[in-house]
Design a protein around this ligand. Structure first.
Ligand SMILES: [Ca+2]
Length: 228
């Protein structure tokens, strides 16, 4: 009798396992946001992927792709929208093929004259410092400047981004510095992206790199000029 029940249970478990085993390419569905127009700068892109065994998917935001973790066939990913049209794709792949869903969302957020984005490649605390033409410095312990500059957050455990934005820039030279604040995690490559007048006809974008080798190091990465 016990053997019979055990067989029944095993059969049931096997049927469950077979039922959840995918037999086709993943079907990706973005549930929210719906698309159209948004007045938000930051949105959570959420939805489902039919293959619940997948642990990773890809998000492509205006042509830039990143992998992210998923579980149980659901995803949620925070996206910082650019002014104007944003094309966002979620892509998942299994042995049967590739599935994707696309979201087109128009962001009505005001354009920023200056945006400085810093990322790095080790799990440590790196700090972004931006010095404006008046000489004022914006960084983790002074996140807002008199001319309207803002640092969004202080990432203390790795990879960034830390983002500085300024809606209405004053003319002159801006200096970007990076500080290796955290405990020693070995050499750390810092990437700084400077976007001027994003979302407008005179938009420009430039990447800069700086290798930091020891804790406490404080280095200038780049400087740029703003002319209105
Ligand atoms: Ca930091």
């Amino acid at each position: 009798m016990r053997t019979f029940i055990l067989c029944l249970l095993l059969g049931y478990a096997l049927s469950l396992a077979l039922a959840s085993e995918p037999d086709q390419a993943p079907v990706v569905k973005i549930a929210t946001p719906y698309g159209g127009q948004s007045s938000k700068r930051i949105v959570d892109v959420q939805g489902s992927i039919s293959d619940e065994t997948l642990q990773q998917a890809y998000i492509v935001i205006n042509g830039a792709a990143n992998a992210f973790d998923i579980s149980g066939g659901r995803f949620s990913h925070t996206v910082v929208l650019s002014p104007g049209e944003n094309i966002i794709q979620i892509i998942a792949e299994n042995k049967f093929g590739v599935g994707r869903d696309t979201l087109v969302i128009y962001s009505a957020v005001p354009a920023r004259d200056v945006k400085v984005v810093m990322t790095w490649d080790t799990p440590t605390d790196i700090d972004l410092h931006v010095i404006d033409p008046s000489g004022e410095e914006t960084y983790y312990s002074q996140k807002e400047s008199k001319i309207g500059g803002q640092l969004d957050r202080d990432d203390t455990d790795g990879f960034g981004p830390e983002v500085f934005t300024l809606s209405n820039a004053i003319e002159g030279q801006y200096i970007v510095k990076t500080k290796y604040y955290g405990g020693h995690s070995g050499q750390t490559l810092v990437k700084i992206t400077v976007i001027l007048f994003g979302g407008t006809a005179k938009e420009s974008q430039q990447d800069y790199f700086r290798l930091l080798t020891q804790s406490g190091e404080f280095a200038e990465v780049c400087s740029f000029s703003v002319k209105q």
